[in-house]
Design a protein around this ligand. Structure first.
Ligand code: BG6
Length: 486
């Protein structure tokens, strides 16, 4: 559908930008903070790119006021950040660290005083290490009450000041990288354990949402899902079937649980037959049915293209595949491994029509519209784009960063988002990834996403000077005109 005139963005549209605690805060052991699984993992040699860590990151912990002042200058309507669980409850389920809580209290106050809506993410991958050591992390149901306690602490502390809450950031990504590909903590390569841990996160998500609705009746809460639409490589019916499979495997396995309170039927049957289905009790089923998110957060970077999986080995044999050659510094497995070998339902392939970023991520603004349409049609929940952005190498020249390529990327995505709104999708906001440059989990500091350049690299923090890029001033104009120029 092509329109000669697009609908306006809603008048109260939340123009925002996002971040995550581990990627920006630094101060990893200050003011009583406990270690997270990322602190420990990044300190082990060989786990991260060039040995980069979030020990200092961009030192937002000590530059908070300066960063919020830049947000205010830009005119941001919303800022999405995450709370570091181990800063608030250092050992995960014990006493609350008031100094840690106070950092977020000050941040939220600063945001509100500048007219910026806080969007608080409860979990962006930095589990307290103590819970990993004590219980085995997300593989244990013991973590669910610990998460509930942490959530209750934050709900009580911020229920009057924070309206928008995100439960889990990209559950599909952190369980996949942590338990399937083994390039995030806890570095496990076992798809059965991935599905089991993922089920426990589902229960924690549902527990948090239920609790939220009891304690924060005026707030809104939902998970942020790393979503990508799936295309068949060709019109061959076998490829189309592979795309149906991949949509179940990559998307519906999470989205149906969040939005319908149950696992997708065909996929559950397949996993049961393969012995990969997690243990789901009647009480689990009842809990999942009771939790209803108020909105669905969508993180969109790219979709995926698939063809029929020609792997003919039986599943058990395929599961023994050696993943040791998987490049730990890429968010995705290498091309010849980008398939679902343990569950031979499809093969992921490159899309011949799409260009890629310097890090090999396909650039697909139309897929954004496709995805928003598909998800809204299926679940009819308001959507909140909680991440979208371009990772690139930015050069500082004469004190300025000319990131026209980022402007082009974001403008194309905003355009298709506006088309999706015109189609009828209910969108409440858009948080670009990211506000400042920050640590890329597995790519260090060279891969930059921010509107604000931060003077540091993989070797060290340098001056940590904040320098607005060209895209900063562009987004400032977009916000000022509520996207009318798109
Ligand atoms: C998302 C995460 O998956 O992608 C962010 O929520 C992350 O935390 C972003 O930084 C970009 O990934 P990367 O690997 O390019 O830093």
């Amino acid at each position: 559908m092509y329109y000669d005139k697009l609908d306006d963005f809603p008048p109260d549209f939340l123009w925002g930008a996002a971040s995550a605690a581990y990627q920006i805060e630094g101060a990893y052991d200050e003011d009583g903070k406990g270690p997270s699984i990322w602190d420990v993992y990044a300190h082990q040699p060989g786990n991260t790119f060039n040995g980069t860590t979030g020990d200092v990151a961009i030192d937002h912990y000590h530059h908070m006021k300066e960063d919020v002042a830049l947000m205010a200058k830009m005119g941001l309507k919303a800022y999405r950040f995450s709370v570091a669980w181990a800063r608030v409850i250092p050992d995960g389920d014990g006493a609350v660290n008031e100094a840690g809580l106070d950092f977020y209290r000050r941040l939220i106050r600063e945001l509100k005083q500048n007219g910026i809506e806080p969007v608080l993410t409860l979990y962006h991958w930095d589990l307290p290490q103590a819970l990993q050591d004590k219980y085995g992390g997300w593989e244990s149901r013991e973590v669910i009450p610990a998460f509930a306690k942490y959530c209750r602490t934050l709900f009580h502390a911020f229920k009057d000041d924070v309206k928008y809450w995100v439960t889990f950031n990209e559950q599909n990504v952190f369980t996949g990288l942590g338990y399937r590909w083994g390039n995030h903590p806890p570095k496990v390569q076992d798809v059965r354990r991935m599905f089991a841990a993922n089920h426990i996160v589902n229960l924690a998500n549902a527990t948090a949402i239920k609790l939220f609705h009891e304690l924060v009746p005026n707030g809104l809460i939902g998970p942020s899902f790393g979503y990508g639409p799936v295309y068949p490589l060709t019109g061959a019916p076998t490829d189309v079937l592979a795309a149906v499979n991949a949509d179940d495997f990559n998307n519906n396995w999470w989205l149906d649980v969040y939005c319908r309170g149950e696992y997708p039927y065909f996929m559950a049957k397949t996993l049961t037959r393969m012995g990969l289905m997690p243990d789901v009790t009647d009480a689990d089923r009842a809990l999942l049915k009771q939790a209803h998110p108020d909105f669905l957060g969508i993180n969109y970077y790219h979709g995926g293209t698939v063809q029929q999986n020609r792997l003919e080995k039986p599943v058990a044999e395929a599961a023994k595949k050696d993943f040791s050659a998987t490049d730990p510094y890429l968010m995705q497995p290498k091309a010849d491994q980008a398939q679902s070998p343990e569950v031979p339902m499809f093969n992921a392939v490159a899309n011949p029509y799409l260009k890629k970023t310097d890090w090999g991520w396909e650039i697909d603004p139309v897929g954004f519209r496709v995805g928003l349409r598909q998800v809204y049609e299926k679940y009819r929940l308001p959507l909140f784009v909680t991440e979208n952005g371009l990772g690139a190498v930015d050069e500082l020249a004469d004190g300025e960063v000319d990131d026209q390529y980022r402007i082009d990327y974001l403008a194309a995505h905003l355009r298709t988002m506006k088309e999706a709104i015109t189609d009828g999708v209910e969108l409440i906001g858009y948080c670009a990834w990211s506000f400042t440059d920050l640590l890329s989990w597995l790519n260090g500091y060279r891969k930059r996403y921010g509107f604000v350049y931060v003077d540091r690299d993989d070797d060290g923090p340098k001056q940590l000077k904040r320098i607005p890029k060209k895209s900063f001033y562009w987004y400032q104009q977009i916000i000022a005109q509520n996207g009318a120029q798109i």
